[in-house]
Design a protein around this ligand. Structure first.
Ligand code: RB5
Length: 153
């Protein structure tokens, strides 16, 4: 799978081991930075990864900040992206199975590397279930359309 990855300073320490782990599992990984643990603004890194997924340059995105929340808020604004902060393997499974999530947002400060490796593995291994979830995801994605362009607004 082609994976785009980035962090801010809050997730920087986990980025390199996550990349090594993903490459070890045969994935193609594009590192969108940063290159040092200097303080940076998470939207500057979440945006490019989300756009790579949005335009099809990457199959999935992985973002790591202190909590995963700022990365998720930013990435989810990009059309076609379904991003969420995920702190355990069960949520990673359901994020794929029910929500067809395509950008995983991890916490580098409150979740251990070991747990995040298991979370990312589950995220990449789990298929979207489809069925009753398909229409729900489609309804959620309608919110990608700016209000002014929606009929009746
Ligand atoms: C940076 O201090 C921190 O705010 C950031 O990593 C992230 O947790 C934001 O959601």
């Amino acid at each position: 799978m082609r994976i785009a990855i980035a962090s801010d300073h809050g997730g920087f320490d986990q980025k390199a081991p996550l990349i090594a782990h993903l490459k070890g599992r045969g994935h193609s990984v594009s590192d969108f930075g940063p290159d040092t643990d200097e303080s940076v603004d998470y939207p500057d890194y979440a945006g490019p990864v989300a756009h790579a997924v949005s335009v099809g340059d990457a199959d999935r995105g992985v973002l790591i900040c202190g909590t995963g929340i700022g990365m998720s808020i930013t990435a989810d604004k990009v059309p076609g992206v379904r991003a969420a902060p995920v702190q355990n393997v069960t949520f990673a499974h359901l994020f794929r199975q029910h929500n067809d999530g395509n950008v995983l947002c991890l916490s580098g400060r409150f979740v251990s590397l070991e747990d995040n490796l298991a979370i990312v593995d589950e995220f990449l291994a789990t298929e979207f279930e489809g069925g009753r979830h398909t229409a729900r995801v489609e309804k959620a994605m309608r919110e990608d359309t700016p209000s002014a362009q929606r009929s009746g607004c």
